[in-house]
Design a protein around this ligand. Structure first.
Ligand code: HAM
Length: 423
């Protein structure tokens, strides 16, 4: 027997009916984001490695150890995108979007790739839905994005949302804080985990959200980043929070949320929730302001704010069995006999082309088996076609909910079903 080939570790198939739950979630995102003025952008899954190294930061976990990087046939180093913000920024600059409009609002959805340790809610190929707004420096934009997310999850029935906000300030603010943090941690250097000992020299802020318990204990008394903010950053943060209050979004401040990507300036935030199914991976969304990234990547100075949410984690926290998200067919055409079946197939085709969701059986099976199938599919109407119906040109539409039947002429079947589809 030949060996069975499996999908790569951490990269999953998405199968029906699970895919219906995904589609439902993605279309809820689209419809909501469009109401807030965001339009979809699609960028390549693969970008030049340099974009992520410069964009996300050399000393981040993503760039240091999680990227899928490979040389192409001409030895150019390419990387499977670990996130989309860098790609959006590249695209914004490449197409000189700032010349077309003062504010640009994009959303995206698609697979991302990170070579991470696998667990529930953490995969190597995972999907994000995200939003980026370019050109708007106002703190109300930060708050509006958070409020939009809050609306998304509550509308979908995800409860226990925990909105956590912080500010990492400008480069100067962060430099000041970095010095204070290093001064605080230096006497405890040997008590830090191996990764954090390295981070002391490369990216000390990351020690704040290290998951190792001994590191977590150490940073409890660490200096508060909010106290290192200059007056402008402080004002931005306070105004952003006032807007959140205006939008009636419950939230809390956690000065230890610094995020794992280097491009952030000012606001950073995370939304946690859906914890029952997610285990330790309860961060549904992460985002923040990145006012210097576009310039650092060679574009004009452009303020920007965005977030990305994990689709797998959203699906895990969404209530309901996947099968509840499958749209049942409107009607089932049951046929009795070869001539009726041929006719049923032709009618089903016509009805489908006319926009109706119709099931019909291709195999020659008895009516009983067909009714059973119709029942299993949860269809609302069953139309039976046999020799009598062919001869009379009249069929019965059986309403499975009301257990009623009405007779209609075959030529009126389409309008009768359409009426019921919309009624
Ligand atoms: P991130 O925090 O790296 O931010 O990822 C955002 C979300 O993607 C996480 O909160 C989580 O739900 C999901 N996620 C991340 N890694 C995995 C994984 N291995 N498996 C499953 N889900 C995962 C960013 O990616 C930024 N680009 C967000 C952003 C946009 N900031 C500004 N604009």
């Amino acid at each position: 027997m030949s060996r069975v080939i499996k999908s790569p570790r951490g990269m999953n198939d998405l199968l029906p009916p699970e895919s219906s739950k995904w589609l439902y979630f993605e279309s809820a995102c689209r419809s909501l984001f469009e109401r807030f003025g965001y339009l979809e952008v699609r960028t390549p899954i693969v970008e030049s490695t340099e974009l992520f190294a410069r964009g996300i930061g050399e000393a981040t976990d993503i760039v240091e150890k999680e990227m899928y990087t490979f040389p192409d046939r001409k030895e150019r180093s390419l990387t499977m995108r670990p996130e989309m913000t860098a790609g959006c920024a590249r695209s914004y600059i490449e197409h000189a979007i700032h010349k077309r409009e003062p504010v640009t609002r994009w959303f995206y959805t698609g697979p991302m790739f990170r070579y991470e340790r696998m667990q529930t809610g953490r995969y190597r190929q995972f999907y994000q839905v995200g939003v980026e707004a370019f050109g708007a420096p106002e703190p109300s934009v930060d708050a509006e994005q958070i409020a939009m997310l809050y609306a998304l999850y509550t509308q979908l029935g995800v409860t226990d949302l925990d909105v956590v906000v912080n500010s990492v300030g400008t480069g100067d603010d962060r430099q000041r804080y970095r010095e204070a943090l290093v001064a605080f941690l230096t006497p405890h250097r040997s008590e830090l985990c191996e990764d954090c000992q390295r981070r002391m020299d490369t990216n000390p802020l990351r020690i704040l959200d290290c998951k190792v318990p001994s590191c977590q204990l150490l940073v409890v008394d660490a200096p508060n980043i909010l106290e290192s903010l200059g007056p402008d950053s402080r004002a931005h943060f306070d105004q952003m929070r006032r807007h959140l209050d205006g939008f009636e979004i419950p939230h809390r401040v956690n000065p230890r949320v610094v995020r794992g990507l280097d491009y952030y300036t000012a606001t950073v935030f995370e939304i946690l929730g859906g914890s029952a199914n997610l285990g330790t991976q309860s961060t549904l969304v992460g985002g923040g302001r990145y006012d210097t990234l576009i310039e650092r990547l060679g574009g004009p100075p452009t303020p920007a704010m965005g977030f990305a949410l994990g689709v797998e984690r959203a699906i895990l926290s969404l209530p309901g069995d996947p099968s509840e998200y499958v749209n049942a067919p409107l009607a089932y055409l049951a046929a009795h006999g070869t001539a009726a079946r041929e006719r049923a197939l032709a009618i089903a085709h016509r009805l489908r082309v006319a926009g109706l969701r119709i099931e019909v059986e291709h195999r020659e099976v008895g009516l009983k088996a067909q009714f059973k199938r119709a029942d299993k599919l949860g269809v609302r109407y069953v139309v039976t076609l046999g020799e009598d119906e062919l001869a009379s040109g009249e069929v019965k539409i059986r309403d499975m909910n009301r257990r009623q039947e009405i007779a209609v002429k075959l030529r009126d079947l389409e309008s009768a079903l359409k009426q019921r589809a919309h009624g």
